[in-house]
Design a protein around this ligand. Sequence first.
Ligand SMILES: [Zn+2]
Ligand SMILES: [Zn+2]
Ligand SMILES: [Zn+2]
Length: 284
Amino acid sequence: MPSSKKNSSRRKGKKAAAISGASNNNNGVEHDAVLERAIALAAAEKRTLDKAAAEEKAKESVAGSKCKHGYDPSPIEARFCNNFMAKFMDAINSARKRHDNEHSLALAFDSIFGKPCPKGAKEIATIERAASFCLSIGTQNLLDGDYDCARQNASMGCFFLEIVPTVMLGTKANIDWPKIMELNYADLRTLISFYRKRTHHCSCLDKMYKEVKSMKKMGICYNPECGLSNRKAERSTMLHCTQCRCANYCSRECQAADWPRHRDGCVETAECTERVKKIVKIAT
Ligand SMILES: [Zn+2]
Ligand SMILES: [Zn+2]
Ligand SMILES: [Zn+2]
């Protein structure tokens, strides 16, 4: 296009004049040369820095996508675990149509393993791997900002982690149902702490943890009639039932109000805890 050509040639002319004008003054030439060198150096340095930053970012994303957050099965184990989890999820979904979350987990487990469940090394490995699987997926959920899925996977992972010492090994008296249920509604701080403590092999959640570290951990009052919004209370101020150590309350009033309901379960839980403590003591 003729008009643009004209413009560019005019610009070139101006530039040439500026350079020749500067060359009339020796100081000016030196000054310009120093300035130009500095600009060139700064530009080169920026290019190097940009390149390094881009490389670092690429490395990070490769490491991030490669990290399995502690779940590292062989291909055969992975296939087996995927099948088990698919079966377990089907069982949970059909149980959920008729029962609450707590019962659904237990029923799904019973429907796969039968009652009493087998306690061989193979079954224990299956459950441990399933726990590791849930923790890995849940950690990734957190990193992706999918907090509801992270809560569900935490609850399910916690259930598998509780099953092994209680039902299978008999080294722990009771499944910690309050904790399993609480994770379904957990605040971000509780959730991130839960995953971070259990995926010892990776540091993927360190940055997130730093951001929420100063937040208060919240617990859920065990009294179903608790008047607090969503029954949530600051965990460090909650009271624990000293007999069973499984029920947490926001206040003395809630503990007293819930006692008629909790009493039977509390005695049973406490007795079972004592029994297992004795067995473990003899065994060790
Ligand atoms: Zn990781
Ligand atoms: Zn309460
Ligand atoms: Zn109790």
